[in-house]
Design a protein around this ligand. Structure first.
Ligand SMILES: [Cu+2]
Length: 241
């Protein structure tokens, strides 16, 4: 597992390793029982052993034990998931990520600048370290999935709806990202990078985009209030305006 790089990802790493510990304990008990049966109840003669039917304690056990396992997994997953997808009231930054066939656009909503990539030129998303960033995921075409393995998190990008999540990156560095939902011909080239930088470097990058003329916002796919015509909501490769 990559080292957690956001404030939220420690919780995710904890849920992951907790799940594995529980699975190993259950596995050890099951394997132990199998080995015990193999050794102590192996066939000793050709005669059939006594056939046991309607053993109530055993039947109750194999209904109750899986039920307890499911309840425990469900409880911890639901508890952590509800925390992980919680949205802040006042995010420091809002970024609209547009997943499209087959690259990504990033609309920096507060800075009113944008970045757009192509399969041949993966874009880089800049994030300020220590600031809470609200992501709005939209797609004009098909289902994609926004995945940054270093953040231990991914979320589907679904046409016709806005999926939101928030993270607070707490480690500077460059992290690889990719589309995690098979979305068509160039899915495997739907890559991007995330550069977590100081707030000053972040502002400097937005100024750089502004200087390059990348001001305003690219079509978001579908957001409330956006024109829904497909022509408006699609971006062809190489075109960024
Ligand atoms: Cu995709």
């Amino acid at each position: 597992m990559p080292e957690p790089a956001t404030e939220e990802s420690a919780r995710i790493a904890h849920l992951w390793s907790g799940g594995w510990i529980a699975a190993w304990i259950v596995g050890a008990v099951v394997w132990g029982l199998i080995i015990w049966v193999i050794i102590f109840h192996r066939r000793r003669s050709t005669a059939l052993p006594t056939q046991t039917r309607y053993n109530l304690p055993i039947e109750v056990l194999y209904i109750i034990a899986p039920f307890i396992i499911v309840v425990v997994f469900f409880y911890f997953t639901a508890r952590d998931e509800s925390k992980i997808v919680e949205l802040p009231d006042n995010p420091d930054q809002t970024i609209n990520v547009v997943g499209r066939q087959w690259s990504w656009s990033f609309n920096y909503v507060d800075g009113d600048v944008y970045e757009a990539g192509t399969p041949g030129q993966p874009p880089t998303l800049y994030l300020p370290v220590g600031q809470t960033v609200l992501f709005e995921l939209t797609s004009p075409d098909t289902i994609h999935s926004f995945w940054v393995p270093g953040f231990l998190f991914k979320m589907d990008v679904i046409p016709g709806r806005v999926n939101k999540f928030a993270i607070t990156p707490n480690k500077e560095g460059t992290f690889a990202g990719k589309c995690a939902e098979l979305c068509g011909f160039d899915h495997s080239r739907m890559l991007f990078n995330v550069a977590v930088v100081s707030p000053q470097a972040y502002e400097a990058h937005l100024a750089e985009l502004r200087a390059k003329g990348q001001t305003g916002q690219l079509p978001r796919g579908i957001l409330p209030g956006d024109p829904l015509e497909p022509a408006e909501a699609s971006i062809t490769e190489g075109s960024t305006s």
